[in-house]
Design a protein around this ligand. Structure first.
Ligand SMILES: Cc1cc2nc3c(=O)[nH]c(=O)nc-3n(C[C@H](O)[C@H](O)[C@H](O)COP(=O)(O)OP(=O)(O)OC[C@H]3O[C@@H](n4cnc5c(N)ncnc54)[C@H](O)[C@@H]3O)c2cc1C
Length: 389
């Protein structure tokens, strides 16, 4: 594999860099990735319209739907440069997950109702898949949708629903045929979060952040026109959505940046350490440095496959597994490096709250988007061809 950009790729990279240099307002930079909301300040609005003008809110969507129609490799370069510049992408789940699913499975009416509003940033979407008894084994979900004339009536509970407290709409899965085999009785719904009968209850994580929620559905009436794809085929519609959640170059770049920050801090402030401590930290960070580059290579492998028209499967699981576990190792190394400062949860700490909050938040990296055990199952069965247990 040749890691150098072709002439066309180098020009594209330069175009993205120039855009970031001229258009990215300082106050919009993702200085603290754990802060969550960007809000809707004039600077954020300016940034959003600069992106929208180029179709870069949904850079991977086809041009006819308002995207930039970029190839996977062009998107990869764009994502890499955005991560380098700590520039936030503005689309959220609507762009990353729902949009591609709507483009593949939506009716013309659904596309024209939802896609333009996602692109303008007018609506926020949340993903209602997981339930208290169904996460890894999602197809066992129990939330029920029962047909009633032109509507479905939905009852049940979702959990870990990120951003449900800010979302205008939810794409969710519910069981429409309890007698069918479990993958075949599920339907994909688009639900307005203001519909009567929906209750959102906050779940505050151990870093004291409110990002996910429980969502309760009590006799929620949803018009049949809000079914995406066919009734009882929602599992197959839903797995299209999951295919878009796997890129990891942004994570790889931000891991390298965290390692760089910690190493720079250590070089300046490590003078008070004992020779033993210095030697241990030196070894620890050389390991992290090598691992950061391995993570980047795994991301390159996934994108090379996509660029060649192949569908990364076990390879995407390998990248997800490695990068999420590396996030945790980097967080632990940062905590060790800063010593007791690593426990300070606000900006008084030398590297800001990123160390303490990052450490607490990193626990969820190996759960969200499919646990490490599930990734290992995929690698062993689909990648290595081992028999199922
Ligand atoms: C930060 C965060 C944000 C999230 N946001 C959303 C969201 O917006 N929308 C949404 O729908 N969900 C969301 N989730 C939920 C997430 O998808 C689930 O937590 C995840 O799929 C795991 O499911 P579970 O929590 O039910 O654990 P379980 O599936 O109950 O797993 C429990 C343990 O058993 C292990 N295990 C389970 N099955 C197997 C197996 N077959 N082989 C080996 N080990 C196994 C798991 O690895 C895990 O260690 C979010 C989760 C997190 C942490």
């Amino acid at each position: 594999m040749d890691f150098r950009d072709s002439t066309a790729q180098a020009e594209w990279r330069q175009e993205v860099r120039t855009f970031l240099k001229t258009e990215l307002p300082d106050e919009v930079r993702l200085a603290d990735p754990f802060e969550g909301e960007l809000g809707n300040s004039p600077a954020v609005r300016r940034w959003r319209s600069a992106l929208a003008e180029r179709g870069w809110i949904a850079a991977g969507w086809p041009k006819e739907y308002g995207g930039a129609g970029l190839s996977p490799l062009e998107q990869f370069i764009l994502n890499e440069e955005f991560a380098e510049a700590e520039a936030p992408q503005m689309g959220g789940l609507g762009v990353m997950m729902l949009g591609p699913t709507l483009i593949s499975h939506g009716s013309p009416e659904q596309k024209s109702e939802h896609l333009p509003r996602i692109l303008k940033g007018e609506v926020q979407w949340c993903q209602g898949y997981s339930e208290p008894g169904s996460g890894s084994d999602l197809a066992s979900l129990q939330t029920r949708a029962v047909a009633d004339g032109d509507d479905f009536i939905i009852n049940g509970q979702k959990i870990w629903t990120s951003g449900a407290h800010r979302a205008d709409w939810c794409f969710m899965l519910a069981r429409t045929d309890p007698d069918a085999p479990k993958h075949r009785g599920i339907t994909y719904f688009l639900i307005d979060m203001k519909t009567p009968g929906i209750t959102v209850r906050p779940l505050v994580n151990m870093a004291n952040h409110h990002s996910f929620n429980e969502v309760f559905f009590e006799d929620v009436r949803v018009p049949r026109r809000n079914v995406l794809g066919d009734v009882n085929r929602g599992w197959y519609v839903g797995t299209t959505t999951l295919d878009f959640e796997r890129s990891s170059i942004g994570t790889a770049v931000s891991q390298r940046r965290s390692a760089e920050k910690a190493i720079a801090w250590l070089k300046q402030n490590g003078t008070g350490l004992t020779p033993n401590e210095r030697s241990n930290l030196r070894k620890e960070w050389s390991d992290r440095w090598i691992e950061v580059h391995v993570g980047t290579l795994l991301a390159h492998r996934v994108i090379s496959m996509q660029a060649a028209g192949q569908i990364p499967n076990a390879e995407a699981s390998l990248a997800k597994l490695y990068n999420s576990e590396l996030t945790q190792r980097i967080s632990r190394s940062m905590l060790k490096t800063l010593g007791t400062w690593g426990m300070v949860i606000d900006d008084r700490a030398p590297l800001g709250a990123a160390t303490s909050v990052g450490y607490l938040s990193s626990v969820s990296a190996t759960i969200a988007g499919g646990t490490s055990e599930i990734q290992r199952n995929v690698i062993s069965t689909r990648g290595l061809g081992l028999p199922r247990a």
